[in-house]
Design a protein around this ligand. Structure first.
Ligand code: SF4
Ligand code: SF4
Length: 316
């Protein structure tokens, strides 16, 4: 496995990062032992880096995994939508308590789409920067689907790590394409900011050209690490092979092709439309009083699922 430093943070991470959204209640909803078994299997194969979020419901898997993994050798990055100081404090407390650790490697503001949204979260940013000084977190960052989010983070001068959406087909980039995103990433890296990207397969839409899509991201020298959601040992083996040697065994290729995650909306949907309003990709429409998803537009970010008070939305 290749390891890189996340910019100038001094935090060394595997090029393959475990994207944990796939384990939690909005996706596979694995038991604590099943989820932690997968995290530990990936760790045994060299994956020392996990990406999570306050909204993913996956802290419990990390807590369990840390019974077997040496905390000092494992890197945890999480995210929050907090914008006030009180919300940020609550998010940090929750992350520490639920993962059972006394520091978090990286705390990020979730979905920062421009310098303006980042400015709007100034109180939360200020809190996290103070917590960095006190040693409760090692780095402060943002996640974003937008080129303007990366540029805004660079402009702020206080962001250590950026977690941008990046894939070959530009799927999910809100305000440009992968060339523009990569230009912004290069600029961020040249200023010592760490970069770990997300959604190399565009939420599963690029699974049919898995090797090509992965290679495109892996070979980008300015991307320190790539978060990939994984739900089974086969997916972990395949991704580790891909990151280590640039291709995968044909038997694993077949297995990967059968991984076809999709957003499902249950028939008890009451047609309130909140999910459709939340989806920036316009992938949900209301048809005859029910929400209907356009799978070609959906990148499986699951942001819509959090809007549904009736728990109709899930990725399976
Ligand atoms: S439908 Fe939901 S999961 Fe799909 S892109 Fe829109 S918000 Fe994300
Ligand atoms: S938020 Fe839930 S209930 Fe409302 S339209 Fe969407 S799926 Fe249906």
């Amino acid at each position: 496995m290749i390891y890189n430093f996340l910019g100038s943070t001094g935090i060394k991470v595997s090029k393959l990062c475990y994207g944990s959204l796939t384990l939690g209640p909005m996706q596979a909803d694995l038991s604590v032992s099943e989820g932690s078994e997968l995290i530990c299997s990936a760790y045994d194969l060299g994956v020392n880096f996990i990406d999570t979020a306050q909204s993913y419901g996956t802290y419990r898997y990390i807590r369990e995994s840390l019974k077997r993994i040496d905390r000092s050798k494992f890197v945890i990055f999480t995210k929050t939508y907090a914008y006030t100081r009180a919300q940020a404090e609550e998010a940090l407390k929750e992350a520490l308590a639920e993962t059972g650790t006394d520091y978090i490697d990286g705390f990020m503001l979730h979905e920062q789409e421009s310098e303006h949204t980042l400015r709007g979260h100034f109180e939360a940013s200020e809190y996290f920067l103070e917590m960095k000084e006190k040693g409760y977190i090692r780095a402060f960052g943002i996640s974003t689907h937008n080129v303007a989010g990366v540029k805004g983070a660079v402009k702020s001068g206080y962001v250590d790590v950026i977690h941008p959406l990046f894939n070959k087909a530009s799927l999910g980039i809100g305000d440009g394409d992968s060339n523009l995103m990569y230009e912004a990433i290069i600029d961020a890296k040249s200023r010592g900011i760490g970069v770990y990207s997300m959604k190399p397969l565009g939420g599963g839409n690029l699974i049919d050209s898995y090797e090509e899509a992965m290679k495109y991201v892996i070979e980008k020298e300015y991307i320190d690490s790539v978060a990939v959601g994984m739900q089974s040992k086969e997916e972990i083996f395949a991704n580790v092979q891909m990151f280590e040697r640039g291709y995968i065994d044909s038997s694993l290729k077949q297995k990967l092709k059968s991984v076809n995650r999709k957003l499902i909306i249950s028939d008890w949907c009451i047609g309130c439309g909140k999910c459709a309003q939340r989806c920036q990709y316009k992938a949900i429409s209301l048809i005859e009083g029910k929400a209907v998803v356009d799978h070609e537009k959906c990148i499986l970010c699951t942001y819509c699922a959090k809007e549904c008070a009736d728990f109709c939305i899930k990725v399976i």
